[in-house]
Write a protein that binds this ligand. Structure first.
Ligand SMILES: C[S@@+](CC[C@H](N)C(=O)[O-])C[C@H]1O[C@@H](n2cnc3c(N)ncnc32)[C@H](O)[C@@H]1O
Length: 458
């Protein structure tokens, strides 16, 4: 592999000769591919029964699997149904270290495209509140799509700088993940652009950004809260040195030891300025380990007393006339009660997650589960709602089978023939939702979102 000369020189200076040889030769091997099944939609037993290609478990992530190089998991309809998320295996490790629990308030500060947010949500089981934030306005759209595809109901998607977000959420979160923007050396096997873009100056620039992000993350953490910092790069400036400086700035933060399974190594105190031995508590994954492309992870706990912002819980609210449009839909289409937590923003209807705070100064792209849109005299359900339902929660389904090609016309946006007149119908693949159709007198009008039709057929 063609690598920047100054990168090679730097790594040769850091690693022993044996380590360097095995590191450099591993970069000539094929990158590892992986996916995580979605525990919000199925159990691991169901997944193992249904998995459409051969899989090998990722040792450090119970929902993670290695996928053979020749498989194309992005083309299977189970991907469209949100049954799994395609993710490089070592990127599955930080959320296992974060260890989110149902009912907690959790922030993913740099969340797009959503690999780690969707993993966090899987562990929260729909309980508590996940704030998935992405500063970049374009990238946040993909984040919303992935949150919706995976059927997540308890997330707010925001697009703010860490600085702005910390004005609202002082001392508020039980757990925060900072999966920082970095120089991406762990992407070298996967992404030629990462190799071309690399420079010593970029490493330095990233390390400055990371330090600023961490200052704001610290401010947003509760007393006793857990902060996990991760990067997909090898440079000490962005890893051990960033953590070392963070510990100097905040004596109230304590490093906690990460349990290392096979292939995970300790962080390197000798690569930091003050060589704190506790930096061995951090974890490194190297490509030569054979378990993933490369990551650095640190786990910290805040011991300093912090007064949390007092944020009032948002009150559910829908205009009476609009509610009268939603109710017939709910009565004739759903087998579940959604009333009580409904909230309206102009023509859009949402289901608020439990304990959803009233946020005035935050740019919110998705405040909970998008249920649908009030049109002229009718309610049209959202794709996000379809993706968050189970087939037993609706009255009418049209089930397509993944072992025939019948699902393809649906995701191309074509109408389909039925011999019924059921109205709103959940279209499923082997029983798992793909989207909505409206069945009127034997013809199912297609409501698979236009923006996804193109993506799905690529
Ligand atoms: C490594 S990626 C996140 C990947 C994501 N956690 C996942 O698992 O899918 C880092 C993210 O940080 C965002 N970012 C860039 N500059 C930032 C800043 N100053 N503050 C916060 N986030 C930033 C990038 O737009 C990018 O989406």
């Amino acid at each position: 592999m063609k690598l920047p000369e100054s990168f090679k020189e730097k790594m040769a200076g850091l690693l022993s000769r044996k380590e360097y040889t095995s590191f450099i030769s591993s970069l000539d091997e094929k990158p590892l591919k992986g996916l995580r099944f979605n525990p919000l939609k199925m159990t691991s037993g169901e997944w193992e029964e249904r998995a459409p290609f051969p899989l090998k478990p990722v040792p450090f992530c119970p929902t993670g699997y290695y996928v053979d190089e020749e498989e194309k998991p992005g083309k299977h309809p189970y991907h469209l149904a949100g049954l799994y998320y395609i993710q490089e295996p070592s990127a599955m490790a930080p959320v296992e270290v974060l260890d989110p629990k149902p009912g907690e308030q959790i922030l993913d500060l740099s969340a797009a495209p959503g690999g780690k947010s969707t993993q966090i949500a899987g562990k929260m089981k729909g309980k508590g509140l996940l704030v998935a934030n992405e500063i970049h306005p374009k990238r946040v759209k993909v984040l919303v799509e992935n949150i919706e595809r995976m059927g997540i109901t308890n997330a707010i998607v925001t697009s703010e700088s860490p600085e702005n977000l910390s004005q609202t959420f002082t001392g508020w979160f039980d757990r925060i993940l900072v999966d920082a923007p970095c120089s991406g050396e762990g992407m070298f096997r996967k992404d030629p652009e990462a190799r071309e873009f690399w420079s010593i100056q970029h490493v330095e620039k990233c390390s400055i950004t990371q330090r600023k992000i961490l200052d704001h993350a610290y401010a947003m953490l509760k007393t006793n809260g857990v902060l996990v910092y991760s990067t997909c790069t090898f440079s000490p400036e962005e890893n051990e040195q960033t953590i070392e400086q963070l510990l100097h700035r905040y004596p109230g933060l304590k490093l906690e030891s990460i349990e290392k399974g096979p292939g995970m190594e300790d962080g390197r105190p000798e690569w930091s300025i003050h060589q704190h031995q506790s930096l061995t508590y951090t974890a490194r994954i190297w490509p030569q380990s054979g378990i993933g492309e490369g990551h650095f992870i640190a786990k910290l706990r805040k011991t300093e007393e912090t007064t949390p912002s007092s944020l009032p819980v948002k009150q559910a609210r829908v205009k009476k006339g609009d509610l009268a449009m939603f109710e017939p839909f709910a009565r004739t289409c759903l087998n579940m009660d959604l009333s009580g937590s409904l909230y309206q923003v102009k023509q859009q209807l949402f289901m608020l997650p439990e304990g959803y705070p009233d946020l005035k100064q935050v740019n919110i792209l998705r405040g909970g589960l998008h249920l649908g849109t009030f049109k002229k005299n009718r309610f049209e359900p959202a794709h996000a709602l379809a993706m968050a339902l189970r087939e037993d929660q609706v009255q009418h389904t049209l089930n397509l089978k993944s072992d025939s090609d019948h699902w393809k016309p649906y995701i191309r946006g074509e109408t389909m023939q039925t011999d019924t007149d059921h109205g709103w119908t959940l279209v499923t693949i082997d029983g798992y939702p793909l989207g909505w159709g409206k069945d009127v007198k034997g013809v199912l009008k297609n409501f698979y979102p236009k923006r996804l039709r193109l993506l799905s057929l690529k």
